[in-house]
Design a protein around this ligand. Structure first.
Ligand code: NDP
Ligand code: 2IT
Length: 461
């Protein structure tokens, strides 16, 4: 490999292209069925060609080969008993992908669709997102194919305790620090922390983030991903003489990220005209009342359809995909991966879309992103736009280490600062590497460089 590299140093473009092409080919051979993982890696690979052209020493260090193979993958059986005493078995995962910048950091997802490919794509993206925050955190992700829908609170508790009994062996405040994601919020993090402390015989505040502020959680963590997405989007809009003020916004989902994205967008003067869950969407051109959405979602097992009971002007449409057929200026997809494809993108563009910021992880397909960019729609990629959640998680880790609590205002100020800095890093990296205005390339390059440089510093291993 090294001989080839040296021979082609005089043609940096060919060297970079061949390298990216060859490593991706190997990746496909080794992970043939991991569709989402290959999708996420392909996007990064496409962005990094100009980096390898300018910095061929990363090729000598085998950075791409190494950064795409997780440090370790942990999978395990999770056995639990339902309220009727019936035994169930689920599969648990933790992908400890990369720890060059700090302890593995990333959420835990409970959803029946969870599989190795989805876990690996999420953990892989987390490496770059966490790097972008500027904080000392590596990349990881975990979860289970457990479906929390229609489960009692006790069943969720017993499942979580069983899950943590195995996973606790691999965690620690300087080792691996989980948080929430789809299906896992403050309540589940509480059960995880409780079981971890029980197994380890003590109280360790720094092993989880997204905890209740009552026992070490940071104020502002719950709001952070949604608020951060809107702060990032507002930066992007501002530099293009646009704003949330007076804009119609569609937000998909109605969970943690969606509700706080809606709340902040409304605060900045937008009208949120629609939101959804996996069964359907609600639509009201006068604006969705986010407090009602929150109340509905706090009720166990309630669906977004219930919103109509409280607001008769709203319409409910079965099936969540058609939410993208509504005319609006700004879109914030905040539900799940690949929820917005090129057909949805084409409809949105036709209906006057100006900007889109990804609150969820990889919600837009590659084809949709290409179409948005081709048509000049402002596009904020997930790694950058939704990094506010994990950024405040890192702030929670700092507060836990110092045995101090910051006020909600302090955390919000720091979050705004982080989102502004991420925007700036993305813009600058895109410009420096010849892709001015392309935030996808900018986020991928800016996130990559810190990790790659740490990998060089730490030696080949
Ligand atoms: P929640 O579980 O709180 O909410 C998820 C929402 O998305 C629900 O409304 C859910 O509907 C909907 N949804 C989930 N899966 C699907 C699906 N397959 N099809 C349609 N709708 C679906 O999760 P979060 O808000 O925490 O997470 C949302 C997204 O944001 C995810 O991509 C997550 O990875 C990402 N993210 C989360 C962060 C966090 O801090 N929580 C940080 C950064 C990113 P239903 O109730 O019907 O299932
Ligand atoms: O995707 C994400 O960034 C998260 N689910 C949050 C991770 C975290 O550790 O706060």
């Amino acid at each position: 490999m090294l001989t080839n590299v040296n021979e082609t140093y005089n043609d940096p473009k060919k060297l970079a292209n061949d390298y990216v092409h060859d490593v991706y080919k190997q990746l496909k051979v080794r992970n043939p069925d991991e569709i989402e993982f290959l999708q996420a890696t392909r996007e990064i690979f496409d962005s990094l060609r100009p980096v390898f052209m300018k910095n061929p020493h990363y090729i000598d260090h085998g950075i791409l080969e190494r950064i795409t193979e997780p440090d370790r993958i942990i999978t395990f059986r999770v056995t639990w008993e339902d309220d009727q005493g019936k035994v169930h078995v689920n599969r648990g995962y933790r992908i400890q992908f990369n720890s060059e910048l700090g302890p593995y950091k990333g959420g835990i997802r409970y959803h029946p669709s969870v599989n190795l490919s989805i876990m690996k794509f999420l953990a892989f993206e987390q490496i770059f997102k966490n790097s972008l925050t500027g904080q000392p955190i590596g990349g990881g992700k975990g979860g289970s194919d457990f479906d929390p829908k229609n489960k009692s609170e006790r069943e969720i508790m017993r499942f979580t305790q069983s899950f943590m009994t195995e996973l606790s062996k691999y965690l620690g405040p300087d080792k691996d620090v989980p948080a929430g994601d789809i299906g896992v919020g403050r309540r589940e993090v509480g059960y995880m922390a409780g079981q971890y402390n029980r197994i380890n015989g003590g109280f360790e505040p720094g092993v989880f983030t997204g905890k209740d502020p009552n026992y070490g959680g940071s104020l502002g963590r719950q709001e952070a991903t949604g608020y951060g997405t809107v702060y990032f989007a507002e930066e992007m809009l501002k530099t293009n003489d646009l704003s949330f003020k007076g804009s119609r916004v569609i937000v998909s989902g109605s969970g943690n990220v969606s509700t706080y994205a809606m709340e902040k967008a409304i605060e900045l003067g937008a009208t949120v005209i629609a939101c959804s869950d996996s069964s359907g969407y609600i639509y009201d051109e006068n604006g969705i009342d986010v407090e009602t959405v929150k109340q509905i979602k706090e009720g166990s097992g309630e669906r977004i359809k219930t919103y109509r009971k409280y607001h008769e002007t709203a319409k409910y449409v079965k099936g969540c995909e058609n939410i993208w057929s509504l005319p609006c200026e700004i879109v914030l997809p905040c539900a799940t991966q690949n929820e917005l494809d090129e057909h949805a993108a084409a409809t949105l563009i036709q209906n006057g879309l100006k900007a889109i910021a990804e609150g969820a992880n990889m919600p837009c397909t590659q084809e949709a992103i290409e179409l948005f960019q081709e048509k000049g729609i402002l596009f904020a990629p997930a790694k950058a736009a939704n990094a506010g959640g994990v950024a405040v998680s890192a702030m929670e880790m700092s507060q836990n280490s110092m045995r101090l609590n910051w006020t909600a205002e302090e955390v919000d100020e720091k979050l705004k600062e982080v989102m502004k800095n991420i925007y700036k890093s993305c813009v600058e990296a895109a410009e420096k590497y010849g892709h001015t205005g392309d935030l996808v390339v900018g986020a991928n390059i800016a996130g990559f460089l810190k990790v790659a440089n740490a990998m060089v510093s730490h030696g080949i291993r």
